[in-house]
Design a protein around this ligand. Structure first.
Ligand SMILES: O=c1[nH]c(=O)c2ncn([C@@H]3O[C@H](COP(=O)(O)OP(=O)(O)OP(=O)(O)O)[C@@H](O)[C@H]3O)c2[nH]1
Ligand SMILES: [Mg+2]
Length: 198
């Protein structure tokens, strides 16, 4: 089975490819199929953004498309950056700039860490209007001293519950077992298997 993944995020793409390999599903990045500009993320929830992204591309390329919207919710920041995680330090911000903003905001509050969670919503949109969605989360804490080279985004600042290493210090295979995205992908695969039985 092959499926198109609508993302411009290379870190996400690698994690989807690695995880879905386990289920013999090949992931084709959207930019191999089309050079459509991504839609603006106008939703106010992860779910809405994932749905809109998948629908937008699927309707235009007439193939099933998976899209994900994900982010980091930090307790001390009342759930921010949330759906704004990719643009915390401004539109087009780099991971490094977003990490600096997070560290600054925690330090402003006099904190060295805060409970936090990563959230992932995935939507598989199938032309003619059929859809499947799933979600996943991983709880942990964010710190103010970055560690590790793996993963992407806020991973050098995120320590999953039950671990002492940051997400960026874990091999991808291990991150995929415990991460918000890994869990959401597994749930989606189970849904696809159920639907195939119909
Ligand atoms: O360290 C991280 N490890 C993760 O596992 C992770 N998952 C999400 N995030 C953050 O949340 C944004 C998603 O925003 P997002 O879903 O809109 O994706 P994006 O804009 O990067 O790409 P696209 O898929 O929209 O094209 C990302 O950019 C990151 O800042 C993560 N950070
Ligand atoms: Mg995005």
């Amino acid at each position: 089975m092959k499926v198109v993944l609508a993302t411009k995020n290379r870190g996400k793409l690698k994690e989807f490819q690695e995880k879905l390999k386990e289920f013999e599903i090949e992931v084709i990045p959207i930019d191999q199929i089309s050079n459509l500009e991504p839609p603006e993320e106008k939703g106010i929830t992860f779910c809405e953004n994932a749905y809109e992204k998948a629908k937008y591309y699927s309707e235009r390329i007439d193939l099933p498309v998976i899209a994900e919207d994900s982010g980091l919710e930090v307790e001390a920041l009342n759930g921010r950056p949330g759906i704004f995680s990719a643009r915390f330090a401004g539109e087009g911000a780099t991971d490094e700039e977003n990490n600096k903003r997070l560290i600054l905001e925690l330090k402003k509050l006099g904190l060295e860490n805060s409970p936090a969670r990563y959230v992932s919503f995935i939507f598989l949109y199938i032309p003619e209007g059929m859809g499947l969605w799933s979600s996943g989360e991983v709880k942990g804490k964010v710190i103010t001293e970055p560690r590790g080279e793996g993963g992407f985004g806020y991973d050098p600042l995120f320590i999953p519950e039950g671990y002492t290493k940051t997400m960026a210090e874990l091999p991808m295979e291990e991150k995929n077992k415990i991460s918000h995205r890994g869990k959401a992908i597994e749930k989606l695969v189970n849904l696809i298997k159920e639907v195939k039985k119909w």
